[in-house]
Design a protein around this ligand. Structure first.
Ligand code: DNO
Ligand code: MN
Length: 384
């Protein structure tokens, strides 16, 4: 596997899946994570990052990417406080580079990192997954408060409403101006330290609750990547197949060919969605045929880039009753073992979409596609 570095996202100590379990996935190169417990906007503690790195490396895995390094709302809203927050972001980029981080994934979505209407949509085979229904979103009146699965713990209803109000008057152009302001300030630092900033697409890639969206499709990415004052090898994309795949007009292989050939695609989120004409979608198994995207063609386009990339299987379904039944425990004498508890673990379960089993199937599948395409290429070359 010369060019594709297979990685998985680990949610740190609160992830019921252990690094030891991740490390058993064949050919796993590394782990991507973040300091999820820290409030937005502050400078991270270098010692904490180094501890994380050590922990990951003790399992023979690399820690070269952060997913995600979220951006403070004041930067997205263009408030006066943004300069101090951007300065902190610059400090973080420098510090992370010194700790060996090469890629920082971020997004520029107001308020919500992603939006779904159901976190346990049951499929005919009995597995469940995250899903999105337009109808349910349309039925929500943001003025009366929004209740969305996945966000209950982040904000109180009153906070959420205040946050939404604060975006009134910020349309796409204003949000883009704020993004550009941010990138102008951070890209030179990233470039200097050899770090790539990789913008994750909007999820889903369309406006929701009147909030503006600026990373939905190829046209948006052209503006972000090729605006003259943002021209930098550090200005790149986290190519999330699932987020972009839930936009009916997004041709994933064509986008990979356009941006990948210009070195803009260092990090891939590999997943598939079943998209309906209504705009509803659910997160399917990663494989072609399970959802709407042709993942073989996606991989072929990635191989055609002829450039190294990191790939992580993104969200999976919950299969084999995983979420509630398995957890690794360490006994007082230090021995590790796995316990099955069908009745739950006091609320400890993998984050929605981040169970191990289906992502591991996705990892095996992605490697199979990659190896097949590489071998096919090698055979063609010897014939020629
Ligand atoms: C969804 C996931 C996201 C992602 C962040 C990046 O597709 O990949 O949780 O990590 O939105 O900022
Ligand atoms: Mn993603």
């Amino acid at each position: 596997m010369e060019d594709m570095h297979l990685i998985l996202r680990w949610h740190g100590e609160k992830d019921p899946i252990s690094l030891r379990q991740y490390a058993q996935i064949p050919n796993l190169y590394g782990i991507v994570t973040s300091l999820y417990h820290l409030p937005l906007g502050q400078v991270w503690d270098r010692a904490e990052v180094l501890r994380l790195k050590e922990q990951i490396e003790a399992h023979g895995l690399k820690f070269e990417l952060v997913d995600s390094f979220r951006i403070h709302e004041d930067i997205k809203r263009g408030y006066a406080s943004r300069d101090a927050l951007i300065e902190n972001y610059r400090k973080n980029i420098r510090m992370l580079a010194e700790c060996g981080i090469r890629i920082i994934c971020y997004n520029f979505m107001p308020v919500f990192d992603w939006t779904r209407t159901d976190l346990a949509h049951v499929l005919p085979d009995g597995s469940d997954c995250l899903s999105f229904e337009e109808e349910k979103v349309r039925a929500v009146d943001p003025e009366r408060g929004i209740e969305l699965p996945g966000w209950g713990t982040n904000h109180t209803p009153a906070e959420l409403q205040a946050l939404l109000h604060s975006y009134r008057g910020i349309g796409e152009e204003e949000l883009w101006d704020n993004c550009r302001y941010f990138l102008r300030a951070v890209l030179p630092v990233a470039e200097e330290c050899g770090v790539k900033l990789a913008l994750h697409p909007d999820d889903p890639p369309r406006p929701i609750f009147g909030l503006p969206r600026i990373a939905k499709n190829a046209a948006d990415y052209r503006r972000i990547l090729f605006t003259a004052d943002l021209d930098s090898p550090s200005n790149t994309i986290t190519f999330c197949c699932g987020s972009l795949g839930s936009g009916a007009d997004n041709d994933l292989p064509a986008m990979i060919r356009e941006f990948g050939s210009r070195g803009k695609l260092p990090f891939v989120h590999f997943r598939n969605v079943q998209l309906e004409p209504s705009g509803d979608f659910y997160e399917s198994g990663h494989q072609t045929g399970c959802g709407s995207s042709d993942m073989g063609e996606v991989m072929r386009a990635l191989c055609d880039m002829d450039q190294p990339f990191y790939l992580r299987p993104d969200h999976g379904r919950r299969i084999w009753d995983e979420a509630w039944s398995i957890r690794e425990v360490t006994d007082a004498d230090g021995t590790q073992r796995v316990e099955h508890r069908p009745d739950g673990w006091n609320g400890v379960k993998p984050a929605a979409g981040y169970g191990l089993f289906d992502r591991a199937l996705g990892a095996a599948y992605a490697q199979g596609l990659y190896e097949g395409i590489r071998r096919e290429r090698a055979a063609q070359l010897t014939k020629e």
